[in-house]
Design a protein around this ligand. Structure first.
Ligand code: SF4
Length: 362
């Protein structure tokens, strides 16, 4: 495996978390990199470390502030786990991450891969960090017809990596596998002609690189239709916080209704929930308030297990003539929003952590 390390030392990516590495910074970068591309993490990592430079500052943080810094990275359970993990480290390990995988794995949010990555990269402990890249490379190297998601595959690859990992530079070895998997031994069209392992790779010698590992037949991802309403009442916007558990837990969102609602169905919903009748929609009416509904477009968000197709509307409800009676009428409508969420001004709106699924409508 020496050619792999030599290749890594010459070609490794110059990433911020590889400079001035500490156990804490390794943990934060590994958490951010789970399910997220390197290019996306580059912006978030320095901001997060600056605001929360150690476990103790993160343990004391407010969830809303952490979520705001995390906004756009997705999979917010990782941010929540980092907070829980930081509290655990402060309570059980005097504010410092422990060295061995056996102890690291007790920390909320740290699984076998991350424990291996932290122990090897930050403490030079020779333990594997087996992720999807590593499984793909080893299946190809040894022409192993294994399904990546199966536990037996993980165990098989773990024991093979354990035999290969050097006592010197174990962290570099694990990172070399990560870089090789991201840059050279990619899922489709691996670049075998420039791979440092080409001469010893069974899949390459057989000319069957893409046959390994085995592919599991894909299940159709379920799709949900949503209608998103961005409702302005005067200059305030109606938002609501999602429940503390489940999809996008604890994040803010706009009004989200099931199904794809037509313009007239949105009018009906407004009449049932905020306006007393439909006179606000007519220009020539005695209504003290006006309501304007505009389509702001379609958007789609793909979660790991679910797709959302969304149609967004922007709605402006305001007083018609600006007289005090008209303003009173708008205040009555604003009072009705309490059962739906809360009204916030532009400054507070900008400070809230929103579900990235509705980013198109922010
Ligand atoms: S030779 Fe090709 S298939 Fe084998 S490890 Fe290298 S890139 Fe992957």
């Amino acid at each position: 495996m020496m050619p792999l390390l030599s290749w890594f030392w010459e070609n490794h990516r110059d990433l911020p978390w590889r400079k001035d590495r500490t156990p804490y910074s390794t943990w934060i970068s590994e958490a951010m990199l789970q399910q997220t591309r390197v290019a996306t993490v580059l912006d978030y990592y320095p901001r997060f470390l600056k605001r929360f430079p150690d476990p103790s500052s993160l343990a004391k943080a407010k969830e809303d502030e952490v979520f705001k810094l995390w906004e756009g990275l997705g999979y917010y359970s990782r941010a929540r786990n980092l907070m829980k993990g930081a509290a655990y480290i402060c309570e059980h390990f005097e504010g410092k991450l422990p060295e061995t995988p056996d102890l690291l794995i007790h920390i909320p949010g740290i699984g076998p891969y991350m424990a291996g990555a932290i122990a090897s990269q930050a403490f030079d402990v020779p333990v594997p960090a087996v992720d999807g890249n590593c499984i793909r490379i080893y299946c190809r190297l040894h022409a192993l017809p294994l399904v990546p998601s199966e536990k037996s595959t993980y165990n098989e690859i773990y024991s093979r990596v354990e035999k290969d990992i050097p006592k010197d530079n174990p962290g570099d070895f694990n990172e070399a596998l990560m870089d090789l998997g991201s840059l050279i031994c990619t899922p489709k069209s691996p670049r075998c002609s420039i791979c440092p392992l080409a001469d010893s790779c069974s899949a390459n010698l057989l000319g069957k690189q893409e046959d390994f590992p085995l592919k599991k037949p894909k299940k159709e991802t379920p799709t949900e239709e949503h209608t998103i309403l961005k409702i302005y009442i005067g200059n305030k916007i109606l938002v609501r916080k999602r429940p503390d558990t489940g999809l996008l837990a604890g994040l803010f969102e706009l009004i989200d209704l099931p199904g794809t609602l037509s313009h007239s169905e949105v009018e009906n919903w407004l009449c049932e929930n905020l306006l007393s009748d439909d006179s606000a929609f007519a220009e020539e009416s005695d209504s003290a308030v006006s309501a304007d509904i505009r389509v702001i477009g379609n958007a789609r968000h793909i979660f790991s297990h679910l797709k959302w197709n969304m149609l967004g509307y922007e709605i402006h409800i305001d007083s018609k003539a600006g007289s005090s009676a008209d303003t009173e009428a708008v205040k009555k409508i604003a009072a009705k929003t309490k059962k739906l969420g809360k009204l916030v001004g532009p400054k507070e709106y900008a400070s809230l952590a929103f579900a990235s699924a509705i980013r198109a409508y922010r």
